[in-house]
Write a protein that binds this ligand. Structure first.
Ligand code: AMP
Length: 544
């Protein structure tokens, strides 16, 4: 017997309809590319999103067509999020920090029919467009007529102005309902090896992820929140905030291209932001600004950090400003959030030091996600917080295949997705990522966690950034080698940097040597490119 409840497909358009009807005065506040502030409420936003559907229809966008964006976090990007998915097409957000060949590759792989771009990326479009295939029917610059840049496109590829198109149509569109498993958004992984791969999210997976991400022990989003996603809308849908905030009726504050510490502090204070989310480097920049300028954060309550491991000094740094850091872990392949670190009753009464040791872990699984760690032979490992293994995940917002591949082809026979991360899980279910599988250091047959060592190294007062790589060693096969970038105006004393590990890790974990370099290579999503570093330094200890 089936239950006697109403059936409604889980539609992305239902979120914007809800926000307009039940939170009409919730706002989207955006710092525009031109620098001025733009603000409107959810009712106006919903009407403009419907108007954008009319624009897309006028440009020939049809069912399940891919529509690309190269854009900052802002209101026009939000309109595209809802218009494209809402009409049954697929929004493909592109990371503008990728190289021109990679951008052209993914536009062609996705067979995008239109590309929307912020004015900032007009030169990038000019460089990439000659390499676009015939499926690209035009480029739309996301601005008004007065700010239209000159962009040279190949013959036969028209250039449009966003606001001209909006002015020339109406908002009489009515959101349709269709199968919730229909594809809604597409995001390519940054691909440290090989070509980027597409992850194709559905309406259903997006809504379930947003429901779960909004729970009290995750982002805890409320109508009274004013949320500033620093994490870009081109990096796994800004971790689901463009959906979760509207579900909750929270106001969104969009920073556009102004992501430095001074601009962010001003925007957070002017707009009374209560919650924000971003990668550790962003928070490091903000903390340094606060420490240097003496500025405070007046309304900020909590920061979500993810994308890379968060060192203890960031927790301590922001605690001093009354702002609490919460770490999450995830990946493009899982929409992206898989775990979030919030305390359990068992953590009551911990000493400050013990509390930090728990907080710096990546957290426990969201409802909907299951995880396990296995050894090299695939046997499941116990959750003792000590043994590290290869991490696999399952759940309704985890991919089963990359875009263009056979459905199910990314899973093993039991339906698990291998993340490529190495982790330990403690008896309370808290995940601690120790490495990427490709980056583990195997010294005399035992694993050493590069992430744990890096977290300690950046706690040194002269170190701005640190990377640990596996260097080849005659006796132990591999040993940790520490590469450090000094803080501006500081010099590195190797002995003093090595001394910081004493008492914090087993003696055999201590790096064998320190190499001081000017800069570490980063991927388009801000991750340290260890492969490039290993190529360069893997023989460092042998050559000494
Ligand atoms: P991306 O698909 O670009 O979001 O990258 C996903 C990868 O980033 C994961 O597989 C992890 O290796 C890493 N990652 C994400 N969040 C964290 C975190 N909190 N701590 C350590 N690594 C993380």
């Amino acid at each position: 017997m089936l239950g006697l409840m109403q059936h409604q497909e889980l539609m992305i358009s239902a979120i914007v309809k809800h926000a307009a009807r039940h939170h009409p005065n919730g706002e989207i506040v955006s710092k525009t590319t031109e620098g001025a502030m733009h603000r409107y409420n959810y009712r106006e936003f919903e009407a403009r999103s419907r108007r954008m559907v009319r624009v897309l229809q006028g440009l020939g966008v049809g069912w399940q067509d891919r529509v690309a964006t190269l854009a900052w976090n802002g209101y026009r990007h939000m309109e595209l999020y809802y218009a494209v998915s809402g009409m049954g097409a697929i929004i493909h957000t592109i990371n503008p920090r990728l190289s021109v060949p990679d951008i052209a590759y993914i536009v062609n792989h996705a067979e995008d029919v239109l590309v929307f771009s912020d004015t900032t990326f007009a030169p990038l479009i000019g460089a990439a467009a000659p390499h676009f295939g015939k499926h690209v029917r035009g480029v739309v610059i996301m601005c008004d007529r007065a700010n239209m840049p000159a962009v040279k496109l190949p013959d036969g590829m028209p250039l449009y102005c966003y606001e001209d198109l909006m002015d020339a149509t109406d908002d009489t569109y009515i959101w349709p309902e269709f199968d919730e498993r229909t594809a809604a958004t597409l995001c390519y992984t940054s691909g440290t090896t090989g070509r980027p791969k597409g992850v194709l999210y559905s309406h259903r997976s997006t809504l379930l992820h947003a429901f779960s991400g909004g729970m009290a022990d995750v982002m805890g989003l409320r109508a009274s929140d004013r949320v500033l996603p620093v994490v870009p809308m081109f990096h796994v849908n800004a971790w689901g905030i463009p959906y979760g905030a509207l579900m909750a009726g929270a106001t969104l504050v969009m920073p556009g291209r102004f992501l430095d510490g001074a601009n962010m502090t001003a925007l957070m204070n002017d707009e009374k932001v209560t919650m924000s989310a971003g990668v550790p480097t962003v928070w490091l920049g903000l903390l340094q600004h606060l420490q240097k300028s003496g500025d405070r954060l007046g309304s900020m309550q909590r920061l979500m950090v993810g994308g890379s491991a968060c060192p203890r000094m960031l927790y301590e740094g922001f605690d001093a400003y009354g702002v609490r850091i919460y770490q999450g872990w995830g990946m493009t392949e899982m929409s992206p959030v898989g775990t979030y670190n919030a305390p359990k009753p068992i953590h009551d009464g911990l000493s400050l030091d013990e509390e930090y040791k728990v907080r710096i872990k990546q957290g426990r699984a969201l409802f909907g996600v299951d995880m396990k760690i296995v050894d090299d032979n695939g046997a499941e490992l116990p959750w003792d917080g000590l043994k590290s293994g290869h991490l696999s995940v399952k759940g309704p917002w985890v991919t089963n295949a990359y875009y263009g591949d056979e459905p199910g082809s990314a899973l093993d026979a039991d339906g698990w997705f291998a993340t490529g991360d190495v982790a330990a899980i403690d008896p309370e279910g808290y995940l601690e990522i120790t490495d990427r599988s490709k980056d583990v250091i195997k010294s005399g047959g035992e694993w050493i966690s590069s992430i744990q060592l890096e977290n300690i190294a950046v706690g040194h007062p002269d170190v701005a950034e640190a990377a640990i790589i596996a260097a080849t060693h005659e006796k132990w096969a591999e040993r940790p080698l520490l590469l450090v970038v000094p803080k501006q105006g500081h010099t590195i004393d190797k002995a003093s940097v090595l001394a910081i590990f004493d008492g914090q890790v087993a003696t055999w974990w201590k790096p064998d040597d320190v190499v001081v370099i000017d800069e570490l290579p980063h991927s388009a999503t801000g991750k340290i490119q260890k492969l490039a570093l290993r190529d360069k330094y893997k023989n460092y200890l042998l050559d000494k």
